[in-house]
Design a protein around this ligand. Structure first.
Ligand code: EPZ
Length: 422
C-alpha cells in the first residue's frame, strides 16, 4: 500500500485546479441506465471511485469509455444485460446502491447487494428502499441482496417525505421517479449541489423535474429518456479542502473554478477563523495575513450548512488555532477517526460522542499516521504541511478514492510531498 511523505515547510502560494465533483459523478454515471441513448459526462474527476463505478456499470451491460485522460466519460446502455449488482463491487463503494433506482425505473426489476457499513458509520440504505417502495417497488432482502420489483412492471406516482435528509436516497428516488407513471413528490429532499447537478442532467435527457435545490422536488414521469452531454459540477469538497491550505502554512492559494455559493457556510467559518476569502474571476482566493488562526465552533449539517465532508479538514486546521474550538458531527456516528492520528502529531483533542473539543497548540510535530477514511486522509496530509519535521501517511488508497493527484497539485504550490510506492 502506498504511503505519502510530507514535510512541513513555509507558506504555499499559487493556483490549484479544482476537479469535477466525485459525489456528482457517482450519481450521474448510473443515470446512463435510464436510457438506451448515449450519455456523456465532461469535467469528470480521475479517481478510483470512478473506476469502480465504471466496472459496476460494465458488469450490468453498459458501455463506458474513458476519454481525454479520464475527463470525459462516454456511456451507453442499449440494454441492461445483467440486473444484479454484485457484492464484490458494491462492498468496495457504497455509492453502488445508486444503480438500484435506475434499473428499477428502466426494467422494473433489480438485484443489488446491500453495501455493508464503512469506517464512518453503519450507513444503512433503508431510506433508499422506503422511497422506492412508496413508488410501488416490492423489496425482498435475501442473503445480503435486495431483490426489487416494480409492481405491475413500472414504478408509479407517489408523495414521499424523508424522515431526515439523505443525499443518496434523494438521488436514487429522483432517478427512479423520472420514468414513473404519474407524478412523484419528494419532501425533505437533500439540497446538495450534486442533487441540483443530477436534476439538470436528467432534464437535459428529457426528464420533467422542478424544485431541485429546495426541500421539495416534483417529478412528472415520462415514458423514456434521451441522451445528453453534461459537465460535472465543481467538487465543493475538494474546493473546501484546498481553500484551507493557508490555514496550515500561510500564503495565498487560488482555487480555480471555485464558486462561493458552493461553499458559503464553510467560507463563513474560514472568515471567522481569520482567513480572508474572496471570489476572483478565476475562482476562490484564500490568504492568511499575519497572526494565528482563531478558534471557531463548527456543527455539520445537510447543505446549505457546514459539510460533514469538510469536518476532518477543519479539525486539523483548528489544532493550531488560538483558543478552544468545538466541532459537532451530526451526520455520521463515527467520523472522528482522524482525531487519534492528529493526537500523534501533538494535537490536543477531546472526543465525547459526536462532539470534539480542540485546544489549539503552538505547532504540530511530524509523525507516522494512518488514513482511516477518505476525508481523514487528506486532513492528515494538510496537518503534515504545517507540522515540524516529517509526516508519513499510510493507507493512502483512501485518499485516491476522492482526491485527484494530490501530491502533484500540492507540489505545484511548493509543498515538499512525495508518494512512496509500496
Ligand atoms: C453522501 O453519502 C456522500 N457520498 C458522502 O460523502 C457525504 O458525507 C454524505 O452524502 C452526506 O453529505 C456520496 O455522495 C457518494 P446520506 P450518503 O444518505 O448518500 C444515514 C465522501 O467523503 N442514512 O446523506 O451515504 C447515514 O447513515 C462521502 O465523499 C440512513 O440512516 O449520505 C448518515 O448517517 C462520505 N439511511 C445520514 O443518514 C439511509 O437510507 C446521511 O447519509 C441513508 C442514509
Amino acid at each position: 500500500m502506498d504511503q505519502i511523505l510530507v514535510r512541513g515547510n513555509g507558506p504555499l502560494n499559487g493556483q490549484i485546479a479544482i476537479a469535477g465533483a466525485k459525489n456528482a459523478a457517482l450519481t450521474l454515471m448510473p443515470a446512463t441506465l435510464l436510457t438506451d441513448q448515449p450519455l456523456t459526462l465532461t469535467n469528470a474527476p480521475r479517481l478510483s471511485d470512478i473506476a469502480t463505478m465504471t466496472q459496476l456499470l460494465r458488469s450490468l451491460g453498459s458501455e463506458v469509455a474513458s476519454l481525454a485522460d479520464g475527463k470525459v466519460l462516454a456511456m451507453s446502455s442499449a440494454a441492461i444485460t445483467n440486473h444484479t449488482a454484485d457484492y464484490d463491487i458494491v462492498r468496495k463503494m457504497r455509492a453502488s446502491i445508486l444503480v438500484l433506482g435506475p434499473m428499477l425505473a428502466r426494467d422494473g426489476h433489480a438485484i443489488v447487494s446491500l453495501p455493508g457499513g464503512c469506517a464512518i458509520g453503519a450507513r444503512p440504505v433503508d431510506l433508499h428502499l422506503k422511497a422506492l417502495e412508496a413508488m410501488g417497488a416490492e423489496m425482498d432482502l435475501r442473503e445480503g441482496y435486495v431483490h426489487a420489483k416494480a409492481a405491475g412492471g413500472r414504478l408509479k406516482g407517489a408523495v414521499y417525505e424523508f424522515p431526515f435528509v439523505s443525499v443518496g436516497a434523494t438521488e436514487n428516488a429522483l432517478m427512479a421517479a423520472t420514468l414513473a407513471r404519474g407524478t412523484v413528490v419528494l419532501k425533505n429532499a437533500a439540497r446538495e449541489p450534486e442533487i441540483v447537478d443530477l436534476a439538470q442532467c436528467l432534464r437535459r435527457m428529457g426528464a420533467q423535474i422542478e424544485g431541485e435545490g429546495t426541500s421539495t422536488i416534483t417529478i412528472q414521469g415520462v415514458d423514456s429518456l434521451g441522451g445528453a452531454t453534461h459537465p460535472v459540477v465543481t467538487d465543493r469538497i475538494e474546493l473546501g479542502t484546498y481553500m484551507l491550505i493557508p490555514a496550515f502554512t500561510g500564503g495565498t492559494v487560488e482555487c480555480l473554478g471555485g464558486r462561493l455559493e458552493l461553499v458559503a457556510a464553510f467560507a463563513e467559518k474560514l472568515d471567522e477563523a481569520g482567513l480572508s476569502v474572496s471570489q476572483t474571476a478565476a475562482g476562490i482566493q484564500v490568504t492568511r495575513g499575519g497572526g494565528d488562526m482563531r478558534a471557531v465552533n463548527v456543527r455539520t449539517e445537510p447543505f446549505p450548512g457546514f459539510p460533514t465532508d469538510l469536518q476532518a479538514q477543519m479539525m486539523a486546521a483548528l489544532c493550531t488555532a488560538q483558543g478552544v474550538s468545538v466541532l459537532e458531527e451530526t451526520i455520521f456516528e463515527n467520523r472522528f477517526m482522524h482525531a487519534p492520528e492528529l493526537l500523534r502529531m501533538g494535537a490536543k483533542i477531546d472526543v465525547h460522542g459526536g462532539t470534539a473539543t480542540v485546544t489549539g497548540v503552538k505547532n504540530l510535530r511530524g509523525a507516522r499516521v494512518m488514513a482511516t477514511d477518505l476525508r481523514a486522509s487528506v486532513s492528515l496530509i494538510l496537518a503534515g504541511l504545517a507540522a515540524e519535521g516529517e509526516t508519513v501517511v499510510s493507507r493512502v488508497y483512501h485518499l485516491d478514492r476522492g482526491y485527484e493527484r494530490v501530491e502533484e497539485k500540492l507540489r505545484a504550490l511548493g509543498a515538499q510531498i512525495e508518494r512512496i510506492k509500496e
